[in-house]
Design a protein around this ligand. Structure first.
Ligand SMILES: Nc1ncnc2c1ncn2[C@@H]1O[C@H](COP(=O)(O)OP(=O)(O)OP(=O)(O)O)[C@@H](O)[C@H]1O
Length: 308
């Protein structure tokens, strides 16, 4: 593993995964992974399909019990129960959208608040004044989050009727409803068009500006390198390289890790235009040997449509 030692930590470490290994029978999906996230940071987790990214997220969030290693949040080792991890301050979204399809937008966010409400069963059944106060406060906070994510006007729509990009936003709003200190996003732009992707980028910056650290898995390299303070690249379950976007982007092993995988497969219109321009410039150069050298357009940028 290579670590970019010039990277300046943004804040104090809040998440620390130490020696995390996850085996499924004979398959080691994640091997001895070290990763930290500091307060105020946006950290990217990249790697080809099957590299172990989602498995690692599942180890962080208590869905899987790592075969080896520990995960600490704000100095405390996290329990292997996802609701306790949420209570501790880590929220996540999933690669496959997991909304309550037949509930409204507002109701979905209210569900996300349940770890932050203390009212018990009896006060709910008897609808005590305390319960009603808590209910009003929860609804007010849920509406704030819908304003923040640009979904307030859809509060009474059923989740299943939202366009895809808005369903992803709603998942984020619901995750924020648990008032996390760290948000884990698993492929937040999968299936989005470029405009929606740009909006998602802005939303994640705004979340960071609210004091919430973010760890994000994504296959869209342009998105990752624009967004993140640091990036870790996993390959076959192991950390290949970790550092600033510029260091990771230019690491030949990262480029090689993507070559020959489906990730490289379907370039978008911009990539095609870039390649065409480079080829045209090269042809021009060959024709006019006195002309200055062509610009290298080597890039790891790409998009990927896989949705698990
Ligand atoms: N529950 C499981 N049981 C057995 N094998 C699993 C399980 N979950 C994941 N794997 C395997 O672990 C490896 C890592 O998978 P994982 O989904 O974590 O990769 P990934 O980097 O998230 O991939 P992608 O980018 O395609 O989402 C794969 O070989 C996968 O088949």
């Amino acid at each position: 593993m290579t670590t970019d030692t010039t990277t300046v930590a943004t804040g104090t470490p809040i998440l620390h995964a130490s020696g995390v290994t996850m085996r499924f029978g004979g398959l080691t999906a994640v091997r001895d992974v070290e990763l930290s996230v500091n307060s105020g940071e946006i950290v990217g987790l990249i790697g080809p399909n099957g590299a172990g990214k989602t498995t690692f997220f599942n180890c962080l969030t208590g869905l899987y019990i790592p075969t080896e290693g520990t995960v600490s949040y704000k100095g405390n080792v996290l329990p292997h129960k996802s609701h306790l991890v949420t209570q501790a301050g880590i929220a996540r979204t999933f690669q496959n959208i997991r909304l309550f399809a037949n509930m409204t937008v507002l109701e979905n966010v209210l569900v996300g608040r349940h770890t932050r409400t203390n009212e018990g069963l009896w006060s709910a059944l008897l609808r005590t004044p305390g319960f009603k106060r808590a209910e009003r406060a929860s609804e007010a906070r849920a509406m704030e989050l819908l304003e923040f994510t640009g979904l307030a006007h859809k509060r009474d729509h059923l989740a299943r009727n939202l366009p895809y990009g808005e369903q992803r936003k709603l998942e984020i709003a619901r995750a924020l409803a648990s008032e996390p200190g760290l948000l884990l996003l698993d492929e937040p732009t999968a299936g989005m068009n470029p405009q929606e992707t740009r909006a998602a980028e802005e939303l994640i910056f705004a979340i960071r500006d609210q004091g919430i650290a973010v760890l994000v898995i994504e296959h869209d390299m342009r998105f990752i390198f624009n967004l993140c303070d640091r990036v870790t690249c996993l390959v076959q379950g192991e950390v290949l390289v970790e550092g600033s976007p510029s260091v990771v982007q230019s690491d030949e092993r990262v480029v090689a890790a993507y070559l020959g995988t489906p990730f490289e497969g379907a370039p978008g219109a911009e990539e095609v235009a870039e390649v065409n321009a480079a080829e045209a410039a090269q042809a021009d150069d060959a024709a006019h040997t006195s002309a200055p050298g062509t610009t290298s357009t080597t890039s790891t940028t790409g998009t990927e449509g896989d949705a698990k």
